[in-house]
Design a protein around this ligand. Structure first.
Ligand code: B12
Ligand code: SF4
Ligand code: SF4
Length: 271
């Protein structure tokens, strides 16, 4: 398993028992036929590229990670079939039965930053979190449990709290995540003057990377080795670019889930 993942550019992997995870969507475990004894293989998908985007966040400048996870699911299925492994399993990211930040942390893949994100020593927080949950012992797939007892935290330098335009990490009065600039750009409907002002001041039409960019762990963070994330990067999003995209091209982007209207609204605000 480790070799298969390494060949795909995934070199930070750890396994933990499902019983150690915080279950957030139990129905997803039931749907996949997974028992409480399952093993969770947490994987970090680094996505930072040298072509830094100008008016959108890095996560949205690369091609949609959900599509990469679909590809990975196929590779993992082939591997399990070749091994004659018939245990129930599922591969998840984002829409997941567990708290992925917490699980990555107790699998020893990094620590939790004050910005709420999983930070890895090598890649900083520019990693998507993805997991294989399988009803078998890790040894059966060439892995072993790497469980840490402690949930580690970052150095707490406070740079993210000082830089956050929405005061989400303010010690005295932390604003709810619904006020996070990333959430604002991804909201439906009309935006308030304050929300529009935040987008303009921080030059973003989709997502926000401010708390990641100012983090000292990002300074020497490595770029992705995953070929999928290195191709077809969008450095500047424009209305012309969106309007000229076929449905297939548009749907291959992480910013497509809200539909074209939300993006066009944001691009009109930024003009
Ligand atoms: C909803 C959501 C959002 C919402 C709300 C975020 C939130 N924290 O609630 C919005 C739209 C704002 C958002 C924004 C972003 N998101 Co988001 N988001 C999610 C999603 C789908 C669910 C998060 C959730 O359940 N929140 C509800 C509760 C649990 O939130 P919470 O109380 O803040 O919980 C956090 C802490 O409790 C912490 N935690 C867990 N255990 C412990 C223990 C201790 C001791 C401590 C201190 C903390 C801690 O981890 C939890 C998850 O963030 C996850 C995927 C997933 N299934 O986990 C991705 C996810 C967290 N997002 C991700 C990303 C990339 C982003 C953005 C960077 C995108 C961008 N560039 O704009 C920003 C960053 C904003 C930020 N600083 O958090 C990645 C993070 C990868 C990483 N390295 O950690 C995830 C994991 C998706 C993925 N599979 O890769 N997101
Ligand atoms: S993503 Fe932006 S708005 Fe959201 S917590 Fe980080 S810095 Fe604040
Ligand atoms: S900027 Fe500082 S406080 Fe914020 S997550 Fe990074 S190390 Fe932690």
């Amino acid at each position: 398993m480790r070799e298969l993942l390494k060949n795909e550019g995934i070199d930070v992997v750890g396994a933990i028992p499902l019983s150690r995870c915080k279950i957030t969507k139990k129905y997803l475990l039931e749907r996949a036929g997974l028992s409480d004894n399952a093993c969770v293989v947490m994987m970090l998908l680094p996505y930072r590229t040298q072509q830094g985007p100008t008016n959108l966040s890095v996560y949205a400048s690369v091609r949609d990670y959900h599509k990469f996870v679909d590809y990975l699911r196929e590779r993992i299925t082939d591997f399990l079939v070749a091994k004659g492994e018939d245990a129930s399993f599922g591969v998840f990211a984002d829409h997941s039965p567990i708290d992925e930040v917490h699980a990555s942390c107790i699998a020893g893949l990094g620590f939790i930053g004050d910005n709420g994100l999983l930070i890895n020593e090598k890649y900083s927080s520019f990693v998507f979190l993805c997991e294989l949950i399988i009803d078998t012992a890790p040894e059966k797939i060439g892995l072993e449990y790497t469980t840490c007892d402690e949930v580690k935290r970052c150095i707490g330098c406070g740079a993210c709290a000082r830089a956050c335009p929405s005061n989400c990490m303010d010690k005295a009065d932390p604003r709810p995540k619904s006020e996070c600039l990333s959430a604002i750009t991804q909201k439906k409907g009309e935006l308030s003057e304050h929300e529009r002002g935040l987008m303009l001041e921080n030059n973003t039409v989709w997502g926000c990377d401010i708390c990641q960019n100012v983090c000292p762990y990002t300074k020497n963070a490595e770029y992705t080795k995953i070929p999928y994330f290195k191709k077809e990067i969008i450095t500047t999003l424009t209305k012309e670019l969106i309007e000229g995209m076929s449905d297939e091209e548009f749907n291959s982007r992480a910013f497509s889930w809200r539909g074209k209207q939300a993006l066009i609204r944001n691009l009109e605000i930024s003009n």
